[in-house]
Design a binder for this molecule. Structure first.
Ligand SMILES: [Zn+2]
Length: 268
């Protein structure tokens, strides 16, 4: 656009004349010549002008795509999804049996209807045998909603949360306990993985922390996905009745994973 101001004929300044001109690339064109501040201003090749505009538009589009990509990268960085699961998608989940297809459909629907789900704070429990793809599907939901909506998601194992809170007591760490809790309560979706991995009874500290997170999200009406190898019957012992009550509010969705482990069948 710098070489050729496009001026409709009606607006041509007085004294404008038109003369034949030649573009090295595009050949003959009609050049407008008009006086300006004691000089003569000549219009450039319209084809070249169009090309320059197209290039500017293309650069603008690339810029916008880059900004979107960087926003997504920021969300992904904040999501703390483990490397092994970062690229997991709903389409990448291999569902061959009826049970597996049901589990996949539940997660697909949860992601597709996330904006409504986020309104009601409806939680999802992915419960059952290890090696059945629960973490894969939970992360796939997070990836899907981060890519298709403005929603944010955070993935954490219970063990990592407890460890970071304990560390915040001892030392001058970067984060205080309340900052850690608020980083778990503020995202649109929280995935809490590895609930009840230890066979021992949970400590008061563990129960209190879990309640602070789950109740904090409940009060903000934000949904949580719980991932656990425990059955629905065993869950209350691991997280406490109060937490289970909170999860039930808003109509929790329970998805069992009762088939045998698929690990080793995935080719490693
Ligand atoms: Zn040209």
């Amino acid at each position: 656009m710098r070489s050729e101001p496009v001026i409709p004929n009606a607006e041509l300044p007085p004294g404008t004349r038109i003369q034949p001109a030649e573009c090295e690339t595009h050949g003959a064109y009609e050049q407008k010549v008009f006086p300006l501040l004691g000089k003569e201003l000549k219009s450039g090749c319209p084809e070249c002008g169009r090309k320059i505009r197209e290039e500017a538009e293309e650069a603008e589009r690339a810029n916008k795509a880059m900004e979107l990509h960087m926003a997504m990268e920021r969300k992904l960085g904040a999501a703390l999804i483990p490397k092994r699961f970062v690229s997991k998608t709903l389409d990448g989940y291999v569902a061959t049996t009826l049970e597996q297809r049901k589990a996949l459909n539940t997660c697909r629907r949860y992601a597709a209807e996330f904006l409504q789900i986020a309104e009601s704070g409806r939680c999802l429990l992915l419960l059952g045998k290890p090696g059945t793809g629960k973490t894969h599907l939970s992360v796939a939901i997070a990836n899907e909603i981060m890519a298709t909506t403005t929603a944010t998601a955070v993935y954490r194992t219970v063990g990592a949360i407890l460890q970071s809170i304990r560390a915040s007591y001892d030392r001058a760490t970067e984060q205080t306990e309340s900052q850690i809790l608020s980083s778990l309560i503020s995202p649109s979706l929280l995935i809490l993985d590895e609930i009840g991995v230890s066979k021992e009874k949970p400590s008061d500290f563990e129960l209190t922390t879990l309640f602070a997170i789950i109740n904090g999200r409940y009060e903000e009406q934000r949904p949580t996905i719980i991932v656990s190898n425990l059955s629905a019957q065993a869950l209350p012992d691991a997280i406490g009745e109060r937490c289970v009550d909170r999860l039930r509010e808003g109509g929790v969705i329970v998805q069992p994973f009762e088939w045998e482990s698929q690990r080793g069948k995935e080719g490693f």
